[in-house]
Design a protein around this ligand. Structure first.
Ligand code: 6PG
Length: 249
């Protein structure tokens, strides 16, 4: 498959298709580098968790290392599991192992969610840290770019289908619960996600194809999927897909 970039039309999301997860990660790494280079001053980027972004992290630490002005980049997390950073499920721990310890990011530019803290307290603390560092518009901090994944159930960040109220929760951060494991997660809420200049879904694998097609096809069933509700009012949303995730488009 040749890479195809279906450009945005009004509120229609941008869709970027690439054959393989590696090709997708390389294309997104180039896009990220271009965005950071094009914008003077601090660039606030929120990372997603899970497995999909790990290829991207390795590319940024490796072949793309020299293409990012690390001293201007600030890393945040769209969600974090309520576990210590040393825990194998820590989103920060994965990013640290694959990316952070390999690049010259100033320590002050790494804003991890304290997974080891009391979840409600940490949701409040993280929201305060966001307010202190980011510009604010429409009553919420504004991210330059929020990287998102999507689960096979249509969740994004740690907003799951059984907690759709987090899409409209007033605070910028809240505590979500994984529907199967019951694991608590600190997560961005819908108003913060939808206040970004750019939201970018990085989605790979056949298990996501049905939900991707339903969301991008505006199927009525998609209203039950949190990822379908990410459409920044003052920004853009893009879906970066490999061939398997795009198979039903
Ligand atoms: C997390 C995420 C979550 C993730 C999706 C997709 O903490 O798990 O932020 O929203 O992006 O579950 O995960 P995979 O990339 O592992 O499929």
């Amino acid at each position: 498959m040749q890479a195809r970039h279906i450009s945005a039309v009004s509120m229609t999301p941008q869709v970027h298709l690439h054959e393989t997860p590696q090709a997708l990660a390389e294309a997104f790494a180039g896009h990220l580098a271009a965005r950071v280079q094009a914008q003077p001053g601090p660039f606030h980027l929120a990372l997603s968790g899970g497995s999909t972004p790990q290829l991207l992290f390795s590319l940024l630490a490796g072949p793309y290392h020299a293409r990012l002005p690390w001293e201007r980049l600030h890393l945040w997390w769209g969600d974090e599991r309520c576990v210590p950073p040393s825990h194998p499920e820590s989103n920060y721990g994965v990013a640290d192992a694959l990316l952070i310890r390999h690049v010259p990011l100033p320590a002050a530019n790494v804003h991890r969610i304290l997974g080891e803290a009391e979840p409600q307290d940490e949701a409040r603390r993280y929201a305060s840290e966001l307010a202190a560092w980011l510009p604010s518009e429409r009553g919420y901090p504004v991210f330059d770019l929020i990287l998102l994944g999507m689960g096979a159930d249509g969740h994004t960040a740690s907003i799951f289908p059984h907690q759709m109220e987090l899409l409209h929760a007033a605070p910028a951060c809240a505590v979500g619960t994984h529907p199967e494991s019951g694991q608590l997660r600190v997560t961005f809420t819908g108003p913060l996600l939808n206040n970004a200049r750019e939201a970018a879904f990085l989605v790979t694998g056949a298990s996501k194809a049905d939900k991707v097609a339903a969301i991008l096809g505006h199927a009525p069933a998609a209203q039950a999927y949190p990822a379908a509700h990410i459409q920044p009012a003052g920004g853009t949303v893009a879906w970066w897909l490999d061939a398997e995730a795009a198979a039903r488009l």
